[in-house]
Design a protein around this ligand. Structure first.
Ligand code: 1CP
Length: 329
């Protein structure tokens, strides 16, 4: 598996490629499938639909990896905080009974996700990696503590600092997220990606406590339970600091479009990403892709976007992107 080899420091001439959020909103076949299950959480917990949605981008683009169709917010769902997805607004999480939530274990129905992983692994070409994923504690907590308010991040950090049970919630999330990652790997995922999508909302003086300490605990727990596990840490907007703080753990790092690859030229870790999703949408991505390929030619690297693909992206642009990467021998 090319992606696993890259994560283990191997320099591939033709770089492996997959796209964050590749199994979703921009694909017509996904939208057709999704219509059959109006409730998004039901869709995530329907093993047949999950297998189909996971494999759709592989059938179409022959990516080097499939990412299991799920969501980072299955964790609050299985901790008993109900999650709704409102079209045009995003996820809305209801007010929870926090004392109870902090004391109860994750509902066992979460095993449906592990069944789906087993089923995908059986159907997927053996040369292609299956990626499992989790959201990191801060990113998940930032949705949980908004309790029904919509997607404004204004005042979130102050809210978190003054929220009486915030540290307890972060500890609980660290434990259940580690467990979710381990169980995905044990079910057949070859790689696990940690998404810290809202990392840049955290002020510098809180990065250690809210981002890097929980991430280190999760990664160490994964490595203890699954020796040799392949892990990618994606912290949007903070790749440089993440590498400084976590590189001793031997994981790969996602790089969002707001970080210049040249600022990371001295690192030897496996990097992933960096193409601006807006450029893929607009179709003016050729120069940037060539720069990424030039930067990565002597290092372990996974071609990807810097963040998730935008829903309006034309399928033909994705084809052009893949062809360009594969045309480099
Ligand atoms: O109606 C729909 O189809 C709902 C849209 C959707 C989809 C397709 C949501 C709601 N989640 C997903 C799937 C999803 N989410 C995947 C599956 C595989 C894939 O798409 O390839 C993954 C990896 C995620 C991860 C995720 N969910 C993140 C982290 C990654 C990132 O892009 O930063 C975050 C922050 C979420 C929260 C979330 N879930 C859904 C929405 C609308 C949101 C808010 C962020 C956003 O607008 O995407």
């Amino acid at each position: 598996m090319k992606i696993v080899r890259a994560l283990n420091g191997h320099i591939e001439i033709q770089k492996p490629i997959w796209i964050m959020r590749q199994a979703g909103r921009y694909l017509p076949e996904y939208r057709a499938l999704r219509k059959k299950s109006p409730n998004f959480m039901d869709f995530c917990l329907n093993p047949e639909m999950v297998v189909e949605a996971t494999l759709q981008p592989i059938v179409r683009f022959d990516f080097d990896a499939a990412i299991i169709f799920s969501d980072i917010l299955v964790i609050p769902h299985f901790l008993g905080q109900s999650v709704h997805f409102k079209e045009g607004v995003g996820p809305i999480l209801e007010r929870a009974n926090w004392q109870e939530l902090l004391q109860t274990p994750t509902q066992e129905d979460i095993h449906i996700i592990y069944e789906s992983i087993k089923n995908v692994r059986r159907e997927l070409d053996s040369q292609k990696a299956l990626i499992g994923f989790v959201g990191c504690p801060w990113t998940i907590a930032s949705y949980m503590i908004r309790e029904g308010k919509t997607n404004s991040f204004e005042g979130l950090v102050t809210h978190a600092k003054t929220w009486p049970l915030f540290n307890k919630l972060m500890d609980k999330l660290t434990t259940v997220i580690s467990d979710h990652a381990v169980r995905q790997l044990r079910s057949g995922a070859n790689v696990v990606q940690l998404f810290e999508s809202w990392a840049s909302a955290v002020p510098a003086e809180l990065q250690q406590m809210w981002l890097f300490e929980p991430a280190e605990k999760i990664i160490r727990q994964i490595q203890k339970q699954v020796p040799g596990a392949n892990v990618i840490y994606y912290g949007k907007g903070i790749a440089g600091q993440a590498i400084k703080n976590l590189q001793h753990l031997g994981v790969g790092f996602g790089v969002s479009q707001d970080t210049r690859l040249s600022s990371l030229k001295d690192t030897s870790v496996c990097l992933q990403g960096n193409l601006d999703p807006q450029k893929l949408l607009d179709g003016n991505f050729r120069g940037d892709v060539l720069n990424i390929l030039e930067f990565s030619k002597d290092r372990p690297f996974i071609v990807n976007l810097g963040h998730g693909i935008l829903p309006e992206t034309p399928v033909s642009h994705v084809e052009g992107f893949v062809d360009l990467v594969r045309s480099r021998q």
